[in-house]
Design a binder for this molecule. Structure first.
Ligand code: S3P
Length: 461
């Protein structure tokens, strides 16, 4: 635990460049690990989650070199992985664990996957159930949960890490995913690489499409349309050699919200991912009246140092000018495109004129912590008016904007995005805000506090 304090700032002028997108980085390592030869991944982030993915593939027998902002993966091809000597510990990285399950479902050896405190409480049945249908043998921690508030006390089975998986001999399936989850979709697409025939996936709502894009770059036999994707398993991947990772919009959002709410502020975030499946927060903030301009870079001609590299993800700069915001309704269909940005948007809504409703935001309860609870409790301490309303099965977050937030003692709940969002709330509030733990931020964005410090030395201790 390393507490930190933020104070309100009245002025902001900054240009920030961010490390590579966390989601895309995991996928780059995974596909590099499955395609024969050497793949260089540039602008690789130094966060803990991505390190767990690198470590996992080292344990699976691959040589991976890590430089300051680049990673080089040497692969022997899709069946070049080896049975690890010890269980693979995936920390609290849900993407590492769930995507790895997809890869291991295709390997003809057994592996035990363990997880940290928070990931050990996150649901896995959503991934294990379809992987079993494809033919993987999976054992995990099974718990019967009683659904509260139901007279019949109907029970529900859920699965948690640790997980023992023995893969091989997979068959393609057609699967309609019950929850909107890019991690589930990605695990199935990766397993599909090793399956006989075709694996077809239908999502309830379109989620981030980084896996599909990356699979295309690695020449997989995949086709996608709207919420549907299909992959055939009989084609070897080919590495593009070099991949450049655009900056992470989920890290950028904290500065975007901050700048959007400081009168006269001006912020430029450089070379950030502009993938439309991740830009929901920018669209919502614009609707709320934020002055945001997005300029895209022609990614095909992207250069890193002297060499030409493959970008495959739209990328550009986001320029924000401070103004005032007004409330809006965020529809359930929009949630996957801003799921990780929701805590930061809840801060923006707390200071917007009028009411903001986030519809169908229940998936936030199964992130690193229950983010509805963590954000509601913390924002209320700072004077925000926030409640959760149920509408059938859906949970809606309703926020009535206030003029000003006041500094308070904040609990991160060990969750990086709660800590960073509340730091932004503290910078926009009167008085001092003390956040109990800054170290959890390293999970996704180790440089966050030093960027805050550089924004205005005096606003941070
Ligand atoms: C991620 C997908 C999302 C997101 C997570 C990263 C990914 O999770 O919240 O931070 O990289 O695919 P779900 O798939 O559980 O929605």
């Amino acid at each position: 635990m390393s507490p930190f304090v933020v104070k309100g700032i009245a002025r902001l002028r900054a240009r920030v460049s961010l490390p590579g997108d966390k989601s895309i980085s995991h996928r780059a390592v995974i596909l590099a690990a499955l395609s024969k030869g050497k793949t260089q991944i540039l602008n690789f982030p130094g966060n803990q989650d991505c390190s767990y993915t690198l470590r996992a593939f080292r344990q699976l027998g691959l040589k991976i070199r890590r430089g300051r902002a680049a990673v080089v993966v040497y692969s022997r091809g899709p069946f070049g992985l080896q049975r690890p000597q010890r269980p693979i510990f995936t920390g609290d990285s849900g993407t590492t664990l769930r995507l790895l399950l997809g890869v291991l479902a295709g390997q003809n050896f057994s592996v035990r996957l363990t997880a940290g405190r928070s990931l050990s409480r996150r649901p896995m049945l959503r991934v294990t159930a379809p992987l079993r249908k494809m033919g993987a043998a999976i054992k995990s921690q099974v718990t019967l949960r009683l659904r509260s508030g139901q007279a019949s006390h109907k029970s529900q089975v859920e699965e948690y890490p640790p997980i023992l998986i023995k893969g091989g001999n997979l068959r393609g399936i057609t699967y309609r995913i019950p929850v909107a989850s890019a991690q589930v979709k990605s695990a199935l697409l990766l397993a599909g690489l090793f399956a006989r025939g075709e694996t077809k996936i239908i999502e309830p709502l379109k989620t981030r499409d980084h896996t599909e894009r990356m699979l295309k770059v690695f020449a997989a036999d995949i086709h996608c349309k709207n919420n549907f994707s299909a992959i055939r398993g009989d084609k070897e991947l080919t590495t593009p050699g070099k991949i450049f990772l655009p900056g992470d919009i989920s890290s950028a959002v904290f500065f975007i919200v901050l700048a959007a709410l400081i009168k006269g502020a001006r912020l430029t975030v450089k070379k950030v991912s502009l993938n439309p499946t991740r830009l929901g927060a920018v669209r919502v903030l614009k609707r709320m009246g934020a002055k945001i301009k997005v300029t895209s870079h022609p990614s095909a001609s992207l250069r890193a140092g002297k060499s030409q590299v493959t970008s495959f993800e739209p990328m550009g700069d986001i320029i924000v000018k401070g103004s005032s915001l007004k409330g809006t309704v965020v529809k359930k269909q929009e949630i996957p495109s801003l799921i990780d940005e929701l805590p930061a948007l809840m801060v923006a809504a707390s200071l917007a004129r009028g009411k903001t409703i986030f519809q169908g935001a229940g998936e936030l309860r199964v992130k690193e912590t229950d983010r509805i609870k963590s954000m509601q409790e913390n924002l209320a301490k700072m004077g925000a008016k926030i409640k959760v309303a149920r509408s059938g099965k859906a949970e809606n977050i309703v926020i009535e904007g206030v003029e000003k937030l006041r500094g308070a003692k904040i609990k991160s709940f060990g969750d990086h995005r709660t800590a960073m969002s509340m730091a932004v709330a503290g910078l926009l509030a009167g008085g001092k805000t003390r956040i109990d733990d800054g170290s959890c931020i390293n999970k996704s964005f180790p440089g966050f506090l030093s960027i805050l410090r550089s924004l205005r030395e005096k606003s941070y201790h």
